[in-house]
Design a protein around this ligand. Structure first.
Ligand code: ADP
Ligand code: MG
Length: 627
């Protein structure tokens, strides 16, 4: 090795080569980042278009748009074919697009214009495109990469992926399991030895669940299950078919929408289907953040547009069977790993489709806990690949030598409590976040007070800054604002508040305050927190219990209004006297009494809650014409 060569750590990029989307990134100045293409997008459609007369292949959004009119020239979801042979289940998996065929050696590929193209070549085109995005963004040549694959990929599939990288002019330093990458991005390697975690990944075309165990800093896959025919694309299709049914006059189109007859999914041309599918995809995305969206397809018939409101509940009823299919697979994975849900330290959600609230709910139900959704679901696998690449190139090695946060950083939440986001002694650079929502209907926004210190109550900590985030008007719990704390290697704290509904960002930078605290002040803060530990704890518990009481009282009065009629007198009495006791305990300021009263009231409302859920189910079934 030459002297110069030793000075300059060579760039290694990380690539998530997804079935539907691919991403690329690199560790830059000690921090993993994802790179955007010329249009500013960090996600590239994993679609390749082969033009006429040997023109260079087109990759990404442009290719994806052409699939509607020139389906036979576009290749989508090539990941389903890579490393497979004739006779593998994959043969039946074609979902339109270029024709799948068997090569002379028995491997699967596609035929475009009579030319046989191997999945290695098609995936290679995608990888080359990702390499070019990185080169344009970094302005240096890139030669080495880490590429992710599903945990269930066999040797042939891994080998073929590696060859695709070589085809693209990349030296593949490592083939990394997607769940392992996700676990790295969630920072689960910081959990203790032998920690077990579950990674639930619902992407565009596939579902995977993996149980991992941390052994000497390395993740081992204990079990993995999945369904290669289950993902967001299926949700798009279900919604599209349903919308087509609405046009057929079988449903009732509201408002300005004309009732169109004779359409129906089966009768539509590929172009028409493409338009409906696109509208369905957009509506689906919207429904992850709002309870209803308008689907509008302009000039559907002559100058008549198709317009219809779609409720989240309608969409959920359509996809519930789909989402429920993940349940059995998760159970199997747990059984194979010989674990119970309680044995897991963490459950993380990955894949764009886990933005769907119903998916989060079902996943939470399966594992009996609130899953961790703190990372961007469609970016975690890529980020993990980048982190792994950074470790290999040495760009991340400095991490252990770097500073730690001298005091905890967090924000004030309900009841004046300190909510820690980056605990004391976190190694920097670091990043962590949490989701917040509106506590009351039509709440205009929330004030974010950035705090530093070890005390339980916000007022006893130091305020580093204050800023406001606006909410879109909506019912209680509908706003979704992610607050992310990021400290770079220089100790600069940046706070990003993103309204995931409107996509609006607010970024606040707090220079050096995060690490520039004198030793004496740190000592003082810590000794105070020890001194007041007992009082602080009591106060926190009171704040938490009373917040819970208010939520319970609110929910009970709402539920009684909605379904109070079906309760018998004994039950009604249990609930109303339970609520009265909570109010009395609140007034008395008695923590133990309040906790007991909360528990009693919670238990008393079980029947009522069950009835409400049943009603909602019946309504959903009735809408689908099932009862
Ligand atoms: P893959 O790894 O399979 O390529 P991704 O993890 O990128 O896929 O997920 C892509 C899927 O996520 C697509 O089906 C897309 O429609 C879906 N998706 C992205 N954003 C949302 C959203 N806001 N709501 C629902 N689904 C979403
Ligand atoms: Mg994926």
């Amino acid at each position: 090795m030459t002297w110069e060569g030793m000075n300059e750590a060579e760039v290694i990029i990380g690539i998530d080569l997804g079935t539907t989307q691919s991403l690329v990134g690199v560790v830059d100045a000690g921090f993993p980042i994802l790179l955007a293409d010329g249009q500013g997008s960090r996600m590239t459609r994993s679609v390749v278009y082969y033009g006429r007369d040997g023109a260079a292949a087109v990759v990404g959004g442009e290719a994806w748009r052409r699939r509607v009119t020139e389906g036979e020239r576009t290749v989508a979801s090539v990941k389903r074919l890579i490393g497979r042979r004739a006779g593998d289940a994959a043969m039946a998996e074609g979902k339109g697009g270029a024709r799948v065929a068997v090569g002379s050696d028995g491997s699967l590929g596609v035929v475009v214009d009579g030319v046989w193209r191997s999945p290695v070549e098609v995936s290679g085109e995608i990888l080359r495109h990702m390499k070019e995005i990185a080169e344009a963004a970094l302005e240096v040549p890139v030669r080495r990469a880490v590429i992710t694959v599903p945990a269930y990929f066999n040797d042939a599939q891994r080998q073929a992926t590696k060859e695709a990288g070589q085809w693209a002019g990349l030296q593949v330093e490592r083939i990394l399991n997607e769940p392992t990458a996700a676990a790295l991005a969630f920072g689960l390697d910081k959990l203790g030895e032998r920690s077990r975690v579950a990674v639930y990944d619902l992407g565009g075309g596939t579902f995977d669940v993996s149980i991992l165990e941390l052994n000497e800093g390395i993740f081992q896959v204990l079990a993995t299950h999945g369904d290669t025919q289950l993902g967001g694309d299926d949700a798009d299709l279900l919604l599209a078919e349903w919308l087509a049914g609405q046009m057929d006059g079988t449903g009732h189109s509201a408002g300005e929408s004309p009732l169109l007859t004779g359409a129906g999914w089966e009768a539509m041309s590929p172009q028409e289907r493409g338009r409906v599918l696109e509208a369905a995809g957009e509506a689906k995305h919207g429904l992850s953040f709002s309870h209803e969206v308008e689907v509008r397809i302009p000039f559907w018939r002559g100058n008549l547009s198709f317009v219809r409101m779609v409720q989240r509940s309608e969409f959920e009823a359509l996809i519930l069977p789909l989402v429920e299919r993940t349940r059995g697979l998760c159970r199997k994975a747990l059984v194979d790993a010989g674990l119970k849900p309680e044995d897991l330290k963490s459950v993380v959600l990955v894949g764009g489709s886990t933005r769907i609230p119903l998916v989060r709910q079902v996943a939470g139900g399966i594992f009996g806990r609130e899953p961790d959704t703190s990372q961007h679901p469609d970016e975690t696998v890529a980020l993990g690949a980048v982190i792994q690449a950074g470790m290999l190139s040495g760009a991340l090695r400095q991490m252990v030598l770097l500073d730690v946060t001298p005091l905890s950083l967090g924000i004030e939440t309900f009841g004046g409590l300190m909510n820690v986001i980056l605990p004391r002694n976190t190694i920097i650079p670091a990043r962590a976040g949490e989701m917040f929502t509106n506590a009351v209907t039509d709440q205009p926004g929330m004030r974010i007070r950035v705090l530093q210190g070890e005390r339980e109550m916000a007022r006893d900590n130091w305020t580093l800054g204050v800023f406001d985030v606006d909410f879109e008007k909506g019912p209680k719990g509908s706003a979704r604002v992610g607050v992310q704390f990021e400290i770079d290697a220089d100790g600069i704290l940046t706070i990003l508040a993103r309204d995931t509904k409107t996509g609006q960002d607010k970024v606040v930078e707090i220079r050096h305050a995060a690490v520039d605290v004198t030793e004496a002040k740190v000592e003082e803060m810590i000794s105070q927190s020890v001194e007041h530990a007992f009082d602080d704890m009591t106060e926190r518990q009171w704040a938490e219990a009373s917040t819970k009481s208010r939520e319970l009282l609110d929910a009970v009065s709402g539920a009684l209004r909605q379904a109070g009629d079906i309760l018998d007198d004994t039950e009604r009495h249990r609930i109303t006297s339970g609520a009265a006791e909570v109010e009395l305990a609140l007034e008395a300021g008695d923590l133990r009494r309040l906790k007991a009263a909360n528990t009693t009231l919670d238990a008393a409302t079980e029947t009522l809650a069950a009835v409400l859920v049943e009603r909602a189910m019946e309504e959903a079934m009735a809408r689908r014409g099932l009862v």
